[in-house]
Structures are given as structure tokens and as C-alpha cells.
Design a protein around this ligand. Structure first.
Ligand SMILES: C[S@@+](CC[C@H](N)C(=O)[O-])C[C@H]1O[C@@H](n2cnc3c(N)ncnc32)[C@H](O)[C@@H]1O
Length: 207
């Protein structure tokens, strides 16, 4: 089955399920279609070969990333702690014929991150936002200099991201900007280490 057909099917499933599902742990909480388009574009723009996603759900966003890394001969590592959702994701990866491009780590993100090989060119963060601050040093370590981290829900749940954003702003090599796509995407760029470099965009965003 084509990736486009599966993506369209998962969009409908996500909307139908999440509209009537009262138990939040059973909602798919997928990214929006335009966020998927944006992520696929970004994989190509930065020529990402190694991509890390935290928060797989049933694999909707992973399929956008993985279908794009086929053009860079890359690989996607994706982390999900919910076994039922991980099983659904694995089935969707098989149906799309993209299983060889994806490593699904079924675990708590904090421990799974130690099994992801550095450097990572692009990180997509879409999980339990209260855990981001604890994960931040490892994510920073994994992200290559010149790499990009994208954080979903930057507009829809800005208050819950405040501590993480403060941490980002305290790091000399990181600069960020907010893109009003979907639920709001915070783009964080890790600059190469250079003691003589002055980043005007980063200092403006910190003032
Ligand atoms: C918003 S959903 C991800 C949606 C997915 N990115 C998509 O667009 O299709 C968040 C997922 O992250 C998982 N999750 C949340 N916190 C996690 C953690 N600390 N470790 C591993 N998985 C986590 C949840 O079980 C849930 O399936």
C-alpha cells in the first residue's frame, strides 16, 4: 500500500478515535497534516541521514519522516513506551514497506535515548512535555553541531514547555525560532562550537 494512502487512512483514524476517546492514553494525538509536510521538507532541507523521534504513537509522524529519509538513504529511530501503540506503529511501518528504515525502541524515552547512536541530524520531540528538561542534556549530546531539533506543541502548550525553552535559551550553541505550522513548531538549531562567533539572532531571542 502506498505511504500516501496509509497516511490518509491514519489521519481519518486519528480524528475519528480522538474525537470520541475520553482516555487520553488511548488517543493517537498525531501531528497535523501540514506538520508532516513540514517535517518531510525539513529532512530534505538539512539532508538528514539520522533522525530521532521521541513519541511514536501509531507511527503517523514517523511515516512522514521515514518516507523522506529514503531520499537521503537515512534512518529513523523512534521511541514509544506504550506497547499497544508501538505494535500498531510497527504494523503501519510494515504496511508502508518502510520497516528497514525505522528502528522502533519500545521503552521510556529517558532510557531508550542511551541506545540511539550519535550524531543525530534531526530530532523531533512529541512526547510527555514534563520529561523534556530531564532529557535535554542527552538530546543536546546526540544532536550534531549544525543539526536541528523540532519540538511540537510550541503554541498549543507553550506554558508546559517554558522550563525546556529556558534551558534552550541558556545554551550558548543553541538558537531557536517558532514556526506557526500545526500546533506550533519550535525549531532549535545547534551551531558548531566557535568561541569567536557572535550569533545576532540568538542574542536577540534571549533579550
Ligand atoms: C503526541 S503522541 C505522539 C504522536 C506522534 N508523534 C504522531 O504524530 O503520530 C505522544 C506519544 O508519546 C508517548 N510518550 C509520552 N511520553 C513518553 C516517554 N517519556 N517515553 C516514551 N514514550 C512517551 C505516548 O505514549 C504517546 O504515544
Amino acid at each position: 500500500m502506498s505511504v500516501a494512502t496509509i497516511l490518509a487512512e491514519l489521519e481519518k483514524l486519528g480524528c475519528d478515535n480522538d474525537r470520541i476517546q475520553n482516555d487520553k492514553s488511548k488517543r493517537y494525538l498525531n501531528i497535523t497534516h501540514d506538520t508532516g509536510v513540514f517535517l518531510a521538507w525539513l529532512v530534505n532541507a538539512v539532508q538528514a541521514k539520522t533522525v530521532l523521534e521521541v513519541g511514536t504513537s501509531n507511527g503517523y509522524s514517523t511515516l512522514w519522516l521515514a518516507s523522506s529519509v529514503t531520499q537521503t538513504a537515512g534512518h529513523v529511530y523512534t521511541i514509544e513506551r506504550d506497547r499497544t501503540k508501538a505494535k500498531e506503529a510497527a504494523a503501519n511501518f510494515d504496511r508502508a514497506g518502510l520497516q528497514s528504515r525505522i528502528t522502533l525502541l519500545v521503552d521510556e524515552a529517558f532510557s531508550a535515548l542511551s541506545r540511539v547512536p550519535a550524531p543525530v541530524d534531526l530530532i523531533f520531540l512529541d512526547a510527555d512535555r514534563s520529561a523534556y528538561l530531564d532529557m535535554a542534556p542527552r538530546l543536546y549530546e546526540l544532536l550534531k553541531a549544525g543539526g536541528v531539533l523540532v519540538c511540537d506543541n510550541a503554541l498549543s502548550h507553550a506554558d508546559e514547555l517554558a522550563d525546556f525553552v529556558n534551558w534552550v535559551q541558556s545554551q550558548a550553541q543553541l538558537s531557536s525560532c517558532l514556526i506557526p505550522v500545526g500546533k506550533g513548531e519550535l525549531l532549535i538549531y545547534k551551531a558548531p562550537a566557535d568561541p569567536d562567533r557572535h550569533d545576532y539572532a540568538a542574542s536577540a531571542s534571549k533579550s
